[in-house]
Write a protein that binds this ligand. Structure first.
Ligand SMILES: *Cc1c(COP(=O)(O)O)cnc(C)c1O
Length: 383
Protein backbone atom coordinates (compact mmCIF):
# COMPACT_ATOMS: atom_id res chain seq x y z
CA UNK A 1 0.00 0.00 0.00
CA UNK A 2 1.02 3.61 -0.62
CA UNK A 3 2.83 5.24 2.32
CA UNK A 4 0.98 7.72 4.52
CA UNK A 5 0.07 11.02 2.84
CA UNK A 6 -0.39 13.92 5.30
CA UNK A 7 -2.52 16.99 4.47
CA UNK A 8 0.59 19.20 4.57
CA UNK A 9 4.33 18.74 4.81
CA UNK A 10 7.45 20.92 4.70
CA UNK A 11 10.23 20.45 2.14
CA UNK A 12 13.81 21.26 3.16
CA UNK A 13 16.61 20.96 0.61
CA UNK A 14 20.32 20.34 1.19
CA UNK A 15 21.24 23.98 0.43
CA UNK A 16 18.85 25.10 3.17
CA UNK A 17 20.40 22.69 5.66
CA UNK A 18 23.82 24.13 4.74
CA UNK A 19 22.56 27.66 5.57
CA UNK A 20 21.45 26.49 9.02
CA UNK A 21 24.79 24.77 9.64
CA UNK A 22 26.59 28.04 8.80
CA UNK A 23 24.66 29.80 11.56
CA UNK A 24 25.43 27.00 14.01
CA UNK A 25 29.15 27.63 13.35
CA UNK A 26 28.81 31.42 13.64
CA UNK A 27 28.90 33.74 16.67
CA UNK A 28 25.15 34.29 16.83
CA UNK A 29 22.53 31.62 17.42
CA UNK A 30 20.03 34.37 18.22
CA UNK A 31 19.87 38.20 17.94
CA UNK A 32 22.39 38.08 15.10
CA UNK A 33 22.35 39.29 11.47
CA UNK A 34 19.99 36.62 10.08
CA UNK A 35 16.99 38.14 11.85
CA UNK A 36 17.16 41.52 10.12
CA UNK A 37 18.10 39.88 6.80
CA UNK A 38 14.97 37.71 7.01
CA UNK A 39 12.88 40.75 7.97
CA UNK A 40 14.01 42.93 5.10
CA UNK A 41 13.71 40.10 2.55
CA UNK A 42 10.20 39.33 3.79
CA UNK A 43 9.09 42.97 3.81
CA UNK A 44 10.35 43.30 0.25
CA UNK A 45 8.61 40.09 -0.88
CA UNK A 46 5.18 41.18 0.37
CA UNK A 47 5.58 44.89 -0.39
CA UNK A 48 5.51 46.31 3.16
CA UNK A 49 7.75 49.00 4.65
CA UNK A 50 8.54 47.14 7.89
CA UNK A 51 8.68 43.55 9.09
CA UNK A 52 9.32 42.21 12.59
CA UNK A 53 10.24 38.52 13.00
CA UNK A 54 9.00 36.78 16.14
CA UNK A 55 8.92 33.32 17.69
CA UNK A 56 5.53 32.17 16.31
CA UNK A 57 2.39 33.24 14.48
CA UNK A 58 0.65 33.35 17.85
CA UNK A 59 3.32 35.73 19.20
CA UNK A 60 2.83 37.85 16.06
CA UNK A 61 -0.91 38.12 16.77
CA UNK A 62 -0.37 38.89 20.47
CA UNK A 63 2.22 41.61 19.80
CA UNK A 64 -0.01 43.10 17.09
CA UNK A 65 -2.86 43.48 19.58
CA UNK A 66 -0.47 45.09 22.09
CA UNK A 67 1.02 47.43 19.50
CA UNK A 68 -2.49 48.63 18.61
CA UNK A 69 -3.07 49.17 22.34
CA UNK A 70 -5.88 46.69 22.72
CA UNK A 71 -6.94 47.16 26.31
CA UNK A 72 -9.04 45.27 28.85
CA UNK A 73 -12.70 45.04 27.91
CA UNK A 74 -12.22 46.16 24.27
CA UNK A 75 -14.30 44.21 21.80
CA UNK A 76 -12.74 42.62 18.72
CA UNK A 77 -14.47 40.77 15.89
CA UNK A 78 -13.10 37.75 14.04
CA UNK A 79 -14.27 34.70 12.09
CA UNK A 80 -15.26 31.40 13.75
CA UNK A 81 -13.52 29.44 10.96
CA UNK A 82 -9.90 29.85 12.00
CA UNK A 83 -7.30 28.41 14.34
CA UNK A 84 -8.02 29.36 17.98
CA UNK A 85 -4.88 31.54 18.17
CA UNK A 86 -6.64 34.21 16.05
CA UNK A 87 -9.17 34.75 18.83
CA UNK A 88 -6.92 33.92 21.79
CA UNK A 89 -4.63 36.91 21.21
CA UNK A 90 -7.55 39.17 22.15
CA UNK A 91 -8.07 37.22 25.37
CA UNK A 92 -4.35 37.55 26.22
CA UNK A 93 -5.00 41.31 26.35
CA UNK A 94 -8.16 40.71 28.42
CA UNK A 95 -10.26 41.97 25.53
CA UNK A 96 -13.51 40.36 24.43
CA UNK A 97 -13.85 38.35 21.24
CA UNK A 98 -17.02 38.22 19.19
CA UNK A 99 -17.54 36.56 15.83
CA UNK A 100 -19.08 37.27 12.43
CA UNK A 101 -20.43 34.38 10.34
CA UNK A 102 -18.84 33.29 7.06
CA UNK A 103 -19.74 33.56 3.41
CA UNK A 104 -20.81 29.96 2.61
CA UNK A 105 -19.07 29.96 -0.78
CA UNK A 106 -15.62 31.39 0.06
CA UNK A 107 -15.62 30.47 3.80
CA UNK A 108 -14.19 33.92 4.59
CA UNK A 109 -15.86 36.34 6.99
CA UNK A 110 -19.00 37.80 5.35
CA UNK A 111 -18.22 41.52 5.19
CA UNK A 112 -21.90 42.49 4.77
CA UNK A 113 -22.76 40.66 8.00
CA UNK A 114 -19.78 42.41 9.59
CA UNK A 115 -21.05 45.83 8.57
CA UNK A 116 -24.56 44.99 9.83
CA UNK A 117 -23.18 43.83 13.18
CA UNK A 118 -21.09 46.98 13.64
CA UNK A 119 -24.02 49.22 12.69
CA UNK A 120 -26.32 47.43 15.15
CA UNK A 121 -24.20 48.75 18.05
CA UNK A 122 -23.45 52.25 19.27
CA UNK A 123 -20.43 53.97 17.76
CA UNK A 124 -17.15 52.88 19.42
CA UNK A 125 -18.58 49.53 20.57
CA UNK A 126 -16.01 47.52 18.61
CA UNK A 127 -12.31 48.39 18.70
CA UNK A 128 -10.79 46.03 16.16
CA UNK A 129 -11.21 43.33 13.53
CA UNK A 130 -8.93 40.35 12.99
CA UNK A 131 -9.54 39.03 9.52
CA UNK A 132 -8.29 35.64 8.27
CA UNK A 133 -7.23 34.85 4.71
CA UNK A 134 -8.55 31.32 5.20
CA UNK A 135 -6.97 28.56 3.01
CA UNK A 136 -4.79 31.29 1.44
CA UNK A 137 -7.71 33.12 -0.20
CA UNK A 138 -7.35 36.88 0.47
CA UNK A 139 -10.14 38.81 2.12
CA UNK A 140 -11.25 41.89 0.19
CA UNK A 141 -9.38 44.21 2.52
CA UNK A 142 -10.25 47.25 0.39
CA UNK A 143 -13.94 46.76 1.21
CA UNK A 144 -13.09 45.81 4.79
CA UNK A 145 -10.99 48.93 5.19
CA UNK A 146 -13.86 51.14 3.99
CA UNK A 147 -16.16 49.62 6.66
CA UNK A 148 -13.52 49.77 9.40
CA UNK A 149 -12.43 53.33 8.63
CA UNK A 150 -16.02 54.54 8.78
CA UNK A 151 -16.30 53.21 12.33
CA UNK A 152 -12.76 53.96 13.49
CA UNK A 153 -11.85 50.29 13.91
CA UNK A 154 -8.36 48.86 13.39
CA UNK A 155 -7.60 45.80 11.23
CA UNK A 156 -5.16 42.98 11.91
CA UNK A 157 -4.85 40.59 8.98
CA UNK A 158 -4.09 37.01 9.97
CA UNK A 159 -2.36 35.89 6.78
CA UNK A 160 -0.83 32.75 8.28
CA UNK A 161 -2.31 30.83 5.31
CA UNK A 162 -1.54 33.44 2.72
CA UNK A 163 2.07 34.52 2.08
CA UNK A 164 2.28 35.05 -1.68
CA UNK A 165 -1.48 35.47 -2.09
CA UNK A 166 -3.08 38.62 -3.50
CA UNK A 167 -6.01 40.18 -5.32
CA UNK A 168 -6.78 43.09 -7.62
CA UNK A 169 -8.49 46.02 -5.93
CA UNK A 170 -10.98 48.39 -7.60
CA UNK A 171 -8.11 50.37 -9.19
CA UNK A 172 -6.80 47.15 -10.74
CA UNK A 173 -3.80 47.33 -8.41
CA UNK A 174 -2.38 44.01 -7.23
CA UNK A 175 -2.71 43.90 -3.42
CA UNK A 176 -0.35 41.37 -1.84
CA UNK A 177 -1.23 39.80 1.52
CA UNK A 178 1.27 41.33 3.92
CA UNK A 179 1.58 44.64 2.05
CA UNK A 180 -0.75 45.98 4.77
CA UNK A 181 -2.16 48.35 2.14
CA UNK A 182 -5.60 48.17 3.72
CA UNK A 183 -4.76 46.70 7.16
CA UNK A 184 -2.81 48.11 10.10
CA UNK A 185 -0.76 44.96 10.54
CA UNK A 186 -0.42 41.54 8.93
CA UNK A 187 0.65 38.35 10.75
CA UNK A 188 2.33 35.23 9.37
CA UNK A 189 3.35 31.84 10.82
CA UNK A 190 6.39 29.74 9.96
CA UNK A 191 5.19 26.50 11.52
CA UNK A 192 6.35 23.60 9.28
CA UNK A 193 2.84 22.97 7.95
CA UNK A 194 2.66 26.55 6.57
CA UNK A 195 4.31 27.80 3.35
CA UNK A 196 7.59 28.86 4.94
CA UNK A 197 8.96 26.39 7.49
CA UNK A 198 11.24 27.69 10.27
CA UNK A 199 10.46 25.05 12.91
CA UNK A 200 8.64 27.76 14.82
CA UNK A 201 8.44 31.40 13.83
CA UNK A 202 6.26 34.30 12.80
CA UNK A 203 6.34 37.71 11.16
CA UNK A 204 4.42 40.97 11.42
CA UNK A 205 4.39 43.49 8.57
CA UNK A 206 3.23 47.10 8.73
CA UNK A 207 3.76 50.47 7.08
CA UNK A 208 3.42 52.45 10.32
CA UNK A 209 6.78 53.41 11.80
CA UNK A 210 5.39 53.97 15.32
CA UNK A 211 3.80 50.54 15.39
CA UNK A 212 7.03 49.06 14.03
CA UNK A 213 9.10 50.57 16.87
CA UNK A 214 6.61 49.33 19.45
CA UNK A 215 6.69 45.82 18.05
CA UNK A 216 10.49 45.71 18.16
CA UNK A 217 10.51 46.81 21.78
CA UNK A 218 7.68 44.49 22.92
CA UNK A 219 9.38 41.51 21.24
CA UNK A 220 12.21 41.79 23.73
CA UNK A 221 10.77 42.72 27.14
CA UNK A 222 9.98 46.34 26.26
CA UNK A 223 13.68 47.10 26.59
CA UNK A 224 15.42 49.81 24.58
CA UNK A 225 18.91 51.33 24.40
CA UNK A 226 18.03 53.94 21.78
CA UNK A 227 17.09 57.62 22.16
CA UNK A 228 17.13 57.65 25.96
CA UNK A 229 16.96 60.93 27.87
CA UNK A 230 19.62 59.81 30.39
CA UNK A 231 22.50 57.34 30.57
CA UNK A 232 24.54 55.96 33.47
CA UNK A 233 27.17 54.56 31.06
CA UNK A 234 27.71 52.22 28.11
CA UNK A 235 25.70 49.41 29.69
CA UNK A 236 22.60 51.54 30.23
CA UNK A 237 19.18 50.47 28.94
CA UNK A 238 15.61 50.99 30.02
CA UNK A 239 12.60 48.70 30.26
CA UNK A 240 9.88 51.10 29.23
CA UNK A 241 6.96 48.77 28.55
CA UNK A 242 5.89 45.34 29.73
CA UNK A 243 7.10 43.19 26.82
CA UNK A 244 7.89 39.54 26.29
CA UNK A 245 10.61 37.28 25.02
CA UNK A 246 9.12 36.60 21.58
CA UNK A 247 12.47 36.57 19.78
CA UNK A 248 13.19 34.15 16.95
CA UNK A 249 16.65 32.51 16.74
CA UNK A 250 19.04 33.15 13.83
CA UNK A 251 18.98 29.39 13.21
CA UNK A 252 15.27 29.60 12.30
CA UNK A 253 15.78 32.78 10.26
CA UNK A 254 18.50 31.16 8.12
CA UNK A 255 15.96 28.51 7.20
CA UNK A 256 13.29 31.17 6.67
CA UNK A 257 15.51 33.17 4.28
CA UNK A 258 16.08 30.15 2.04
CA UNK A 259 12.45 28.99 2.28
CA UNK A 260 11.27 32.46 1.26
CA UNK A 261 13.32 32.21 -1.96
CA UNK A 262 11.31 29.09 -2.87
CA UNK A 263 7.91 30.57 -2.00
CA UNK A 264 6.93 31.56 -5.54
CA UNK A 265 7.82 28.18 -7.00
CA UNK A 266 6.11 26.32 -4.21
CA UNK A 267 2.92 28.31 -4.57
CA UNK A 268 2.97 27.56 -8.29
CA UNK A 269 3.10 23.85 -7.42
CA UNK A 270 0.26 24.27 -4.92
CA UNK A 271 -1.83 26.00 -7.60
CA UNK A 272 -1.20 23.15 -10.04
CA UNK A 273 -2.31 20.64 -7.41
CA UNK A 274 -5.42 22.72 -6.70
CA UNK A 275 -6.24 22.89 -10.42
CA UNK A 276 -5.96 19.13 -10.70
CA UNK A 277 -8.43 18.75 -7.79
CA UNK A 278 -10.78 21.30 -9.38
CA UNK A 279 -10.72 19.47 -12.72
CA UNK A 280 -11.26 16.12 -11.03
CA UNK A 281 -14.19 17.18 -8.83
CA UNK A 282 -15.91 19.95 -10.81
CA UNK A 283 -18.61 17.64 -12.13
CA UNK A 284 -18.95 15.51 -9.01
CA UNK A 285 -22.33 16.33 -7.42
CA UNK A 286 -21.25 14.89 -4.06
CA UNK A 287 -18.46 17.46 -3.70
CA UNK A 288 -18.75 21.22 -3.20
CA UNK A 289 -15.65 23.28 -3.97
CA UNK A 290 -14.55 26.61 -2.50
CA UNK A 291 -15.45 29.53 -4.77
CA UNK A 292 -12.35 31.28 -6.11
CA UNK A 293 -13.40 34.84 -6.98
CA UNK A 294 -12.04 36.30 -10.21
CA UNK A 295 -8.73 38.20 -9.86
CA UNK A 296 -7.93 36.52 -6.53
CA UNK A 297 -4.71 34.53 -6.23
CA UNK A 298 -5.13 31.85 -3.55
CA UNK A 299 -1.85 30.67 -1.94
CA UNK A 300 -3.52 27.30 -1.18
CA UNK A 301 -2.20 26.54 2.26
CA UNK A 302 -5.30 24.31 2.37
CA UNK A 303 -7.53 22.66 -0.20
CA UNK A 304 -10.95 22.17 1.39
CA UNK A 305 -14.02 20.49 -0.03
CA UNK A 306 -17.51 20.09 1.43
CA UNK A 307 -19.18 16.67 1.38
CA UNK A 308 -22.22 15.01 2.93
CA UNK A 309 -20.81 11.94 4.66
CA UNK A 310 -17.72 13.68 5.92
CA UNK A 311 -16.91 11.37 8.84
CA UNK A 312 -17.28 8.27 6.64
CA UNK A 313 -15.03 9.83 3.99
CA UNK A 314 -12.46 10.86 6.61
CA UNK A 315 -12.35 7.31 8.04
CA UNK A 316 -12.26 5.75 4.57
CA UNK A 317 -9.33 7.96 3.52
CA UNK A 318 -7.52 7.17 6.76
CA UNK A 319 -7.94 3.43 6.08
CA UNK A 320 -6.29 4.09 2.70
CA UNK A 321 -3.35 5.94 4.34
CA UNK A 322 -4.59 9.40 3.32
CA UNK A 323 -4.48 11.68 6.37
CA UNK A 324 -7.05 14.35 5.58
CA UNK A 325 -7.75 17.02 8.22
CA UNK A 326 -10.63 19.21 9.32
CA UNK A 327 -10.17 23.01 9.27
CA UNK A 328 -11.68 24.12 11.50
CA UNK A 329 -13.90 23.24 14.43
CA UNK A 330 -15.59 26.66 14.86
CA UNK A 331 -13.74 28.61 17.55
CA UNK A 332 -16.93 29.74 19.33
CA UNK A 333 -17.79 26.07 20.03
CA UNK A 334 -14.49 25.40 21.81
CA UNK A 335 -15.23 24.77 25.52
CA UNK A 336 -13.21 27.85 26.56
CA UNK A 337 -15.39 30.14 24.39
CA UNK A 338 -18.59 28.19 25.09
CA UNK A 339 -18.02 29.04 28.77
CA UNK A 340 -18.23 32.71 27.76
CA UNK A 341 -21.75 32.09 26.48
CA UNK A 342 -21.27 31.20 22.81
CA UNK A 343 -23.36 28.24 21.70
CA UNK A 344 -24.43 26.11 18.77
CA UNK A 345 -26.70 28.11 16.50
CA UNK A 346 -24.86 31.43 17.01
CA UNK A 347 -23.05 31.23 13.65
CA UNK A 348 -25.04 28.71 11.58
CA UNK A 349 -23.14 29.10 8.29
CA UNK A 350 -19.80 28.37 9.97
CA UNK A 351 -21.34 25.44 11.84
CA UNK A 352 -22.89 24.03 8.68
CA UNK A 353 -19.54 24.36 6.90
CA UNK A 354 -17.83 22.51 9.76
CA UNK A 355 -20.26 19.57 9.42
CA UNK A 356 -19.13 19.06 5.81
CA UNK A 357 -15.56 20.29 5.39
CA UNK A 358 -12.48 18.19 4.86
CA UNK A 359 -8.97 19.31 3.83
CA UNK A 360 -7.24 17.20 1.20
CA UNK A 361 -3.44 16.81 1.01
CA UNK A 362 -1.73 19.76 -0.67
CA UNK A 363 2.00 20.49 -0.46
CA UNK A 364 4.72 21.15 -3.06
CA UNK A 365 6.24 17.66 -2.98
CA UNK A 366 2.91 15.82 -3.34
CA UNK A 367 3.60 13.64 -6.39
CA UNK A 368 1.30 13.25 -9.40
CA UNK A 369 0.94 9.56 -8.52
CA UNK A 370 -0.03 10.38 -4.93
CA UNK A 371 -2.60 12.94 -6.07
CA UNK A 372 -4.11 10.54 -8.61
CA UNK A 373 -4.39 7.95 -5.84
CA UNK A 374 -6.19 10.49 -3.60
CA UNK A 375 -8.59 11.49 -6.39
CA UNK A 376 -9.36 7.86 -7.32
CA UNK A 377 -9.93 6.92 -3.68
CA UNK A 378 -12.41 9.77 -3.22
CA UNK A 379 -14.17 9.07 -6.52
CA UNK A 380 -14.48 5.38 -5.56
CA UNK A 381 -16.04 6.38 -2.25
CA UNK A 382 -18.80 8.35 -3.98
CA UNK A 383 -19.54 5.72 -6.67
C1 LIG B 1 -0.92 28.55 12.22
C2 LIG B 1 -1.86 29.63 12.48
C3 LIG B 1 -1.72 30.51 13.56
C4 LIG B 1 -0.69 30.33 14.63
O1 LIG B 1 0.61 30.22 14.19
P1 LIG B 1 1.73 29.52 15.10
O2 LIG B 1 3.00 29.83 14.39
O3 LIG B 1 1.42 28.05 15.11
O4 LIG B 1 1.67 30.12 16.45
C5 LIG B 1 -2.62 31.56 13.67
N1 LIG B 1 -3.62 31.72 12.80
C6 LIG B 1 -3.81 30.88 11.76
C7 LIG B 1 -4.95 31.14 10.82
C8 LIG B 1 -2.95 29.81 11.58
O5 LIG B 1 -3.16 28.95 10.57
Amino acid sequence: MIKKIPYGRQSIDEDEIAEVVKVLKSDFLTQGPKVSEFESNFAHAVGAKYAVAVSSGTAALHLSCLALELSAGSRVLTTPITFSATANCVQYCVGEVDFVDIDPSTYLMDLDLLEKKIKSKPSGYYTGIIIVDFTGLPVNTEKLNRIAAEHNIWIIEDACHAPGAGYKDSNDTEILCGSSTYSDLTCFSFHPVKHIACGEGGMITTNDENVYQKLKSLRTHGITKEDLSKSDGGWYYEMQDLGFNYRIPDINCALGISQLKKLKNNIEKRRQIANTYFNAFNDNDSIKLQTQPKDYQNAYHLFVIEVDNRKELYDFLLSKNILAQIHYIPVHLMPYYAKKGFKKGDFPLAENYYEKCISLPIFPTLSKAEQSYIIETISDFYK
